[in-house]
Ligand binder design. Structure first.
Ligand code: ATP
Ligand code: MG
Length: 133
């Protein structure tokens, strides 16, 4: 349970601290649930010094932490082909950490060992964050 954006970010940071090369984090939650907020903590836990921003328009942001980090936002993608053309499978299969917002749009491309993060709740509601895998 997270009662604030700061608490959601802190939860992301704790997960980020545990991740190693090749990890894939699949984030699912409605518009405004706090996926990007969680990712901001996640990349900090991975040792970045810059603040993550939503890659909604460029689709993939890259950060350098303990390992290379790829931050994907699939919200605007219409097809799996488009994501594959962007090299998503190479990112997922690579040595970096790949973080995907709106991962439910590309379920068939996710590896079996992906870490799933569900964030439920929007607006002023407290969030329920479920981490699996
Ligand atoms: N407990 C909470 N956890 C996370 N964010 C919260 C919480 N309470 C309020 N908020 C607010 O909700 C908003 C979450 O926005 P954020 O961009 O992280 O969502 P998102 O899931 O990435 O949305 P989008 O689907 O548009 O990318 C922020 O403005 C944040 O301050
Ligand atoms: Mg977002």
């Amino acid at each position: 349970m997270s009662g604030s954006a700061e608490a959601t970010e802190a939860a992301g940071e704790r997960l980020g601290a545990t991740l190693g090369p090749g990890a894939v984090v699949a984030l699912i939650g409605e518009l405004g649930a706090g996926k990007t907020c969680f990712v901001q903590g996640l990349v900090r836990g991975l040792g970045t010094t810059v603040r993550a921003t939503s890659p909604t328009f460029v689709l993939v942001n890259q950060y350098r932490g303990r390992v290379p980090i790829h931050h994907v936002d699939a919200y605007r993608t219409d097809s799996l082909t488009e994501l594959m053309d962007l090299g998503l499978l190479e990112l997922i299969g690579g040595e970096g950490v790949t973080i995907i917002e709106w991962a439910d749009k590309l379920t068939p491309l996710l590896p079996p060992d992906a870490i799933h993060v569900h964030i439920a709740g929007v607006g002023d509601e407290p969030r329920t964050i479920t981490i699996r895998g």
